[in-house]
Design a protein around this ligand. Structure first.
Ligand code: MG
Length: 336
């Protein structure tokens, strides 16, 4: 990896991002929480178990079918808390705004943030605003941080997958990535296609309420399902085998991916989760997911294996096997 300057693909969420974090950030900041590289850090403080996470949003365009940079900024952080089994409680929001940005656009973004925060049952309790000269930033960037409460008995983390576990996905993959791509490039694919941006904390609570043991939860955002499965396989040192035919994909995402030569497995999602859990709980948890509006398309897509630790293998529709790697480069910058 070239460390003289930053390249665009180091923000992709895939392999290059990972290398940047491991070579530059971890050696400087190393501690047991950060080193785990999970969606949130989970720690005990004053007798409570808390989850803390942060995320920055630079999506372009800022308004897109299904959402905007505001809804994305709230959902992204709510979901990263939920992926540790936390009940999200409070959020901070920091805004970097370019001089000349329209007040009516800012109002619309704030309206979206408030609406999603209400749905997710969290409050935005602190924030910051900075305005930079025209050209010093593009329109608006938002950072959100969140804190949530984790029940003491819950331990959901990327390193907990075990051979024999089932792998579930909560619905269609690639909707967000393809929506951003088509609105940016002016492709009119399908008027029904929209971003899946949504808060997943209530679905996670329903899954936990079944009393089932859940080993891993992760939202396949930047880098898509391929990246998320590879991260879990690596962190848990297990193999993961998925079935191509079982992975739900909206037909227009599939068609557009074929035309554009893109792989939906690498495309970002903003309202989906991957769950890894013992086989005996798979049916119960899947049923609980399907009862929720954001999990109605949930499916069992594969199994965790002892063989091929660190690797993800897809059984194709025609009976072949394909190694699913993390996307190496940047498929689409400013996706979230
Ligand atoms: Mg995440």
């Amino acid at each position: 990896m070239n460390l003289d300057k930053i390249f665009l693909d180091q923000g992709s969420g895939g392999r290059s991002s990972r290398e940047l974090i491991e070579k530059l950030f971890i050696p400087k900041f190393k501690n047991s929480y950060l080193n785990e590289l999970n969606d949130s850090a989970v720690f005990e403080l004053g007798g409570a178990k808390l989850a803390l996470t942060t995320d920055s949003f630079v999506v372009d365009p800022i308004f897109f079918p299904g959402g905007d940079i505001g809804s994305l900024a709230v959902c992204g952080t709510v979901n990263d808390l939920a992926m540790r089994g936390a009940r999200p409680c409070y959020l901070s929001a920091g805004f970097i705004i370019e001089e000349g940005f329209l007040i009516k656009d800012l109002e619309q973004i704030l309206f979206s943030m408030e609406k999603i925060a209400r749905e997710a049952d969290i409050q935005i309790v602190t924030g910051d605003t900075k305005v930079v000269p025209k050209g010093a930033a593009d329109k608006i960037f938002i950072n959100t941080s969140g804190i949530g409460l984790v029940p003491l008995h819950i331990d959901i983390a990327g390193q907990n997958a075990k051979p024999g576990d089932a792998v579930l996905i909560s619905g269609n993959i690639g909707d967000h990535g393809m929506t951003i791509l088509s609105s940016r490039e002016g492709l009119f694919l399908d008027s029904l296609l929209k971003s899946d941006v949504s808060p997943l904390n209530h679905m996670v609570q329903k899954m936990l309420k079944t009393g089932s043991e859940i080993h891993v939860l992760r939202d396949p955002t930047r880098g898509g399902l391929a990246t998320t499965l590879n991260e879990i396989a690596f962190q848990s040192q297990v193999g993961i085998e998925v079935f191509q035919e079982a992975i739900p994909i909206h037909e227009s995402v599939l068609a557009a991916s074929e035309i554009l030569g893109l792989d939906p497995l690498n495309m970002a999602n903003e309202g989906k989760l991957v769950a890894v859990l013992p086989e005996i709980y798979a049916e119960t948890v899947l049923a609980a997911m399907k009862e929720t509006s954001y999990g109605s398309g949930a499916a069992l897509i594969g199994w965790v294996k002892a063989e091929n630790p660190g690797k993800v293998i897809m059984k194709t529709a025609i009976g072949g096997k394909r190694l699913i790697d993390m996307p190496a480069g940047e498929q689409l910058p400013r996706i979230c």
